[in-house]
Ligand binder design. Structure first.
Ligand SMILES: *Cc1c(COP(=O)(O)O)cnc(C)c1O
Length: 364
């Protein structure tokens, strides 16, 4: 049997590892920031009906422009945006890939600020876009001065700002986003996968779109909408941006079933988002209770918490797994990330940590 090394693979892919968050059957899966609340059953029934009706014409290619879905997404995000401002794909990962296909690629670069979402650099590699790693200030913060300095120093074609940042939870101010935009002639992408979990009053980069044709705000239905398995991501930007993406998308990239399911879910936005407040409360509870167990926490505007003071992340990962709890070890020394689940899941996680001795677990 041949191995990867025997194949004539592109040079920039040699030696890389694929995305690999563990997928294990556990009772408490708190490792990939999914919404752990299942979608309400009446909504599920409506989605099934929509799927059944879409199936009746499945012999035909779907609406290549997914016009109805774009209209519904525009209505959902507000900010006076219309269908012309919207674009969708199979997860925001595909959105980001299409952006790099159009605006990155061979000879071009994308600047990101690790520690950040691991897919950003993986998608850069997949599109043969050079990944340039900037640095963060203390507390994982990004300031207008810092992003301006990195953009001037590295002159990237695309800038990725993850707001709030995964895995740290750190919000990004509108001033920082505007400063990044002003510092570059390139594309600025704000990955707002967790926007709905932001504290009241924290503004979205959507409010900066007017007059900024190189700014793209990427969103997803995977997290707040509890729709990770359906694979629906989207963006809001100037209509010229969607024209650029039409050059690189595969025709009919959004299946008729995906479109039908997403539209039906958006028809029930209130019910789909009903759990967001509860998840926010569990996140705030993690922020409050992890320190009581001796850990440090980083402020989070998302549905997860990065916590520090872990003596041996790998050993803690294994000890929790033995208790049927899966969280994430991202290779940040002495840190781990946990998703805010249901109240019962969060309780189980905190109780297991307490049983294990809290932050003294793994101490010499
Ligand atoms: C989870 C996540 C996504 C979502 O990806 P999908 O492909 O939409 O499921 C995007 N960006 C970040 C930063 C994430 O954490």
């Amino acid at each position: 049997m041949a191995s990867l090394a025997d194949l004539p693979i592109r040079d920039n892919l040699k030696g890389l590892s694929p995305y690999g968050a563990p997928q294990k059957e556990v009772r408490y899966a708190l490792n990939v920031n999914e919404n752990t609340h299942p979608i309400p059953e009446p909504v599920a029934h409506d989605i099934v009906e929509a799927l059944a009706s879409a199936l009746l014409t499945i012999n035909r290619y779907p609406d290549r422009e997914f016009t109805t879905l774009r209209e519904r997404l525009a209505a959902y995000v507000g900010h006076d945006l219309t269908a012309d401002n919207m674009w969708a794909a199979n997860g925001s990962n595909e959105i980001l890939q299409q952006i790099l296909q159009a605006f990155g690629g061979p000879g071009r670069s994308v600047l990101g600020f690790p520690p950040t979402y691991s897919m950003h650099s993986i998608i850069a590699a997949g599109t043969d876009t050079e990944w340039v790693a900037g640095e963060r200030a203390a507390g994982y913060e990004l300031t207008p001065e810092l992003v301006t300095e990195w953009i001037e120093k590295t002159n990237p074609d695309v800038v990725f700002l993850c707001a709030p940042n995964n895995p740290t939870g750190t919000p990004v101010s509108l001033e920082t986003i505007a400063a990044a935009y002003d510092a570059t002639d390139g594309i600025v992408v704000v990955d707002e996968a967790y926007a709905e979990f932001a504290p009241e009053g924290q503004l979205s980069a959507l409010s900066l779109l007017d007059g900024r044709e190189r700014l793209i705000v990427s969103r997803t239905m995977s997290k707040a909408f509890a729709f990770a398995g359906a694979r629906v991501g989207y963006l809001a930007a100037d209509p010229a941006v969607t024209d650029a993406l039409r050059l690189v998308r595969l025709p009919y990239h959004l299946s008729a079933l995906t479109q039908a399911a997403a539209i039906a879910a958006l028809d029930h936005t209130a019910e789909m988002l009903a759990m967001v407040d509860d998840i926010r409360r569990q996140r705030d509870r993690l922020l409050e209770e992890l320190p009581q167990l001796g850990f440090t926490v980083w402020p989070s505007s998302a549905n997860f918490v990065l916590f520090g003071g872990v003596h041996q992340p790998h050993a803690l990962f294994e000890a929790l797994l033995e208790r049927d709890i899966l969280i994430r070890d991202l290779g940040i020394p002495h840190h781990m990330r946990v998703t805010a689940g249901t109240e019962a899941e969060t309780t189980a996680f905190l109780a297991a940590l307490e049983q294990l001795g809290g932050a003294s677990f793994g101490a010499e």
